[in-house]
Design a binder for this molecule. Structure first.
Ligand SMILES: Nc1ncnc2c1ncn2[C@@H]1O[C@H](COP(=O)(O)OP(=O)(O)OP(=O)(O)O)[C@@H](O)[C@H]1O
Length: 458
């Protein structure tokens, strides 16, 4: 759960560093005249919108037109929970407390009291049109679209699972928005499993379980994000099971996301799992190189003014493999730094700006993977990597594999020798030197090694 303390401090810290950057960027005079009077306003944790207060409407308009985009980008880069920035004239009278965190605050909080807590609050950016489809996510994306748009569906519920930052929430919001556009009068309820639990407990405390049940069970479309959260929470699961049951048997639609597959959801009641298997279980795999490339292109198309040479796009697609969220964060960071420094975007600039991200993304390549890949490439049996045969058609690929093991893994020479059939470390040194020498003279071998390196680095 988010509380004011845990979010306010990072907001203030990010604001301080954004102000420093702006001062450096636009000069003390402009900064003191226009930006210094800006103050943090309210932050809405649900929509991710942050208000910046200016002393007058005129100043708010000026700052919006001159610095609006820059402020938005700087915020999204420094603190991704801030999705949007609204620059407004400060309200008259006493200022509200500088930061009002609305997300997950009990119903008594003002914003919750005036709006229907179940009214879906979809992220406008998360639509099918902005979801890039590739091999890794095509089953999930197709099923999501069908569930959102078809008059009747043969599967229900739809269960989408996959690791963090792979687009589950994006698809969930896309389903919700598309469904509502087609059926404006439909009731759509969307919440995280955590919120389901919090609201259920609140309903129990307030003796309003009937209200809670009817609100959820009457939904035409129910979207539940991150179901793994209720693992081990027995009474919440009991309620969740009945909710699921009612929705499904009434022919209404249910979509659930999770960070893991049903069989790996420890602590979730077997009857829930068995209900899930009645529907369609679709996973989202890690994006491959091609999908990463297409996603970068799509994101760049909506980042105006960012000139990224093809080589840099390919460099990023090759190097940032952990998640799409990280890829997106990297692009925003590059755009923000390029804007602030006025430097052209090239690989050296990207390496500097993303040093930590690139380090964290370095894939751990194993000697086993290298041996498999090299054997496949030269069409020899993998067993030849460890065999004693000295025939050139197996000895050369083996040397290439030793060379790549030295280049691409942190293993020591004796370790590498051991993994190649218990050879001595001097054999590995010889192989590395030999391949280095041959590579310089033999362009075919050089091309082989480049290709293998690219394939191994993903
Ligand atoms: N295929 C895709 N096309 C375009 N954007 C994508 C794609 N996949 C993911 N993204 C973007 O990556 C970011 C992270 O995605 P999202 O929040 O949906 O991940 P998630 O799988 O729900 O992660 P978590 O489990 O951590 O909540 C979002 O901004 C989303 O728009």
């Amino acid at each position: 759960m988010t509380d004011a303390g845990t979010v306010a401090a990072p907001l203030e810290a990010a604001w301080d560093s954004i102000r420093l950057g702006l001062r450096r960027d636009c000069g003390a005079r402009t900064f003191d005249g226009w930006l210094k009077p800006a103050e943090l306003g309210a932050f809405d944790g649900d929509s991710g919108e942050l208000e910046i207060f200016m002393p007058s409407q005129f100043m708010a308009d000026w700052v919006e037109s001159h610095f609006g985009d820059r402020l938005r980008l700087a915020w999204r880069t420094s603190l991704p929970i801030v999705q949007d920035v609204k620059i407004v004239a400060a309200p008259d009278g006493p200022r509200p407390a500088p930061l009002l965190i609305l997300e997950e605050i009990p119903a008594a909080a003002p914003a919750e009291a005036v709006r229907d807590p179940s009214a879906p609050n979809f992220d406008k950016r998360y639509r099918f049109e902005t979801f890039v489809v590739g091999k890794a996510n095509e089953v999930a994306a197709t099923a999501a679209r069908t569930l959102a748009t078809a008059d009747s569906v043969s599967f229900n519920p739809l269960f989408i699972h996959g690791g963090t930052g792979r687009g589950k929430t994006h698809l969930l919001h896309a389903i919700g928005q598309s469904f509502m556009e087609r059926r404006p009068n439909a009731r759509v309820v969307s919440m995280s499993a955590e919120k389901f639990m919090v609201e259920f407990i609140r309903a129990l405390k307030e003796n309003d379980t009937i209200g809670f049940k009817s609100r959820l069970r009457s939904a035409d479309l129910l979207l539940i994000d991150d179901v793994q959260f209720i693992a081990g929470k027995d009474s919440t699961q009991e309620e969740f099971f009945h909710t699921m049951n009612e929705i499904i048997t009434a022919g209404r639609r249910l979509v659930i996301t999770s960070d893991r597959a049903p069989q790996d959801l420890d602590g979730i009641a077997p009857r829930i799992l068995s209900r899930l298997s009645w529907g369609l279980v679709a996973d989202i795999n890690p994006a491959d190189y091609e999908l990463r490339l297409n996603i970068i292109d799509a994101k760049l198309a909506v980042l105006p003014g960012v000139e990224m040479p093809r080589g840099v796009v390919e460099f990023l697609a090759r190097r940032i493999t952990s998640s799409i969220r990280e890829l997106e964060g990297a692009l925003n960071r590059i755009a923000a730094y390029a804007m602030m420094t006025g430097r052209a975007i090239d690989v050296a600039f990207v390496e500097e700006v993303l040093a930590n991200v690139l380090r964290a993304n370095q894939r751990r390549i194993s000697i086993d993977e290298i041996q498999t890949q090299v054997a496949e490439h030269y069409r020899i049996r993998k067993a030849e990597m460890t065999s004693a045969r000295r025939a050139r058609e197996v000895a050369r690929p083996r040397q290439v594999a030793m060379y790549l093991s030295k280049q691409l893994t942190p293993k020591s020479l004796p370790d590498i020798g051991r993994r190649f059939g218990g050879r001595d470390h001097t054999t590995v040194i010889h192989a590395v030197k030999q391949i280095e020498r041959l590579r310089a003279a033999d362009s075919e071998l050089d091309a082989d090694i480049r290709l293998l390196t690219r394939q191994l680095e993903g």
